[in-house]
Design a protein around this ligand. Structure first.
Ligand code: FAD
Length: 336
């Protein structure tokens, strides 16, 4: 069913006002195909929506928004240790993570409490606390929006990088991800060296720690640092951490600048630190601003529009460029 003049604001964690000319929700490949037919017959552009936690609408969308709500979690292989599971794109990501922990499957406990849906998880190779989707991805099934071809993408074909994939890059806007398959491991090593996880778990002896302990620790840390979108509109990290050549790093490096050498010789910098250094942390514009605990997060305190938030983002980009010569790129998808 296609609904005209649909208000999207409740579906977007930024909470900015946004609507679309037409809206529909699909739960199967067949329904998706019908929705695409409808858009073609009615000459409407389409926009895919998952959980709306990584988007900033600058204005209303003139076209058909299709919310991908395919459900289901199916085990396709289990050898007693490794489990291959295929999950509908519309499953809630955090609920899926908790499901894997309840089943005793390891691998994605560090990705607890990331908002959004399973289908978007390979879009930007979601990552947190030392783990990324690439570490557990088995394959992605996606439907070509133009030809309706159902294609299975191997991990290599997904071209995953830091907050990047073929779906966000080279083939942007061409595919609807309908199912994602992950390979999980009952005996996977716990990753506790990142952030404050080790500190959170200090009272539990090493040999007694479980995937659930790590998940609980990540949840506590995230809740203490990141604003809850239910309370304060946001889309998580607004900017990507810039990755620069070693030569550039040597040129711009100043005392105290956090830096993370990459396997290809380049160096990743902390965008939050760069923004903090230019004085934006906690910046308050009444209806919106920069989060006071995490400079990477732009917040809608109530009543801000997407274009106002984008103007603030542009000013931050200009400040960081002037001070450090680095152009920050948004991590959040801009819907213009
Ligand atoms: C408080 C908070 C914390 C966050 N923390 C993290 C974090 O730690 N790490 C991290 O990586 N991200 C984080 N994010 C960002 C966000 O949660 C993830 O990017 C998430 O995967 C987005 O999922 P979604 O379903 O909400 O995608 P949406 O916002 O609905 O969509 C994002 C993009 O993917 C496209 N898309 C959505 N679904 C599909 C599909 N099925 N097929 C094709 N295209 C699709 C959309 O068109 C859009 O371009 C955070 C966000 C918030 C609000």
């Amino acid at each position: 069913m296609v609904t005209p003049h649909y208000d999207l604001s409740d579906k977007l964690t930024f909470g900015v006002p946004a609507s679309c000319s037409f809206f529909t929700e699909v739960t199967s490949d067949e329904e998706l195909s019908h929705a695409l037919d409808w858009a073609r017959e009615n000459s409407q552009p389409t926009l895919l929506l998952g959980g709306g936690s990584n988007m900033l609408f600058h204005k209303d969308f003139e076209g058909l928004v299709i919310q991908i709500s395919h459900k289901g979690i199916e085990i396709i292989n289990d050898d007693g240790r490794f489990i291959e599971v295929v999950v509908g794109a519309g499953e809630n990501w955090h609920e899926f993570v908790i499901h894997t922990i309840d089943q005793g499957w390891g691998g994605i406990e560090n990705l607890s409490l990331i908002p959004g849906c399973v289908g978007a998880s390979p879009m930007q190779n979601i990552g947190a606390y030392g783990v990324e989707i690439i570490d557990v991805l088995n394959y992605v099934e996606a439907i070509n929006l133009a030809t309706r071809e159902l294609k299975r993408f191997t991990v290599e074909e997904c071209e995953l990088g830091y907050r990047e994939s073929v779906f966000k890059g080279r083939e942007k806007g061409k595919w609807a991800i309908v199912r994602v398959s992950y390979k999980l491991d009952r005996q996977s090593e716990l990753k506790m060296s990142y952030g404050a996880i080790e500190e959170e778990l200090k009272d539990i002896p090493h040999e007694d720690r479980t995937h659930k302990n790590v998940s609980d620790a990540v949840i506590r840390i995230r809740q203490s640092k990141l604003p809850d979108p239910e309370v304060l509109g946001n889309a998580g990290s607004f900017f990507k951490n810039p990755v620069v050549s070693h030569d550039v790093f040597v040129k711009i490096s100043v005392e105290g600048m956090p830096s993370y050498p990459q396997s290809d010789g380049r160096v990743k910098l902390a965008a939050g630190w760069l923004i903090d250094q230019t004085g934006w942390k906690g910046h308050d514009r009444g209806s919106h601003g920069v989060h006071d605990k995490q400079a990477l997060v732009l917040v809608n305190k109530g009543g801000a529009t997407g274009s106002e938030i984008w103007s603030l983002a542009e000013e931050i980009i200009a400040s960081v460029k002037e001070r450090f010569g680095i152009v920050l790129e948004p991590e959040v998808n801009q819907i213009r």
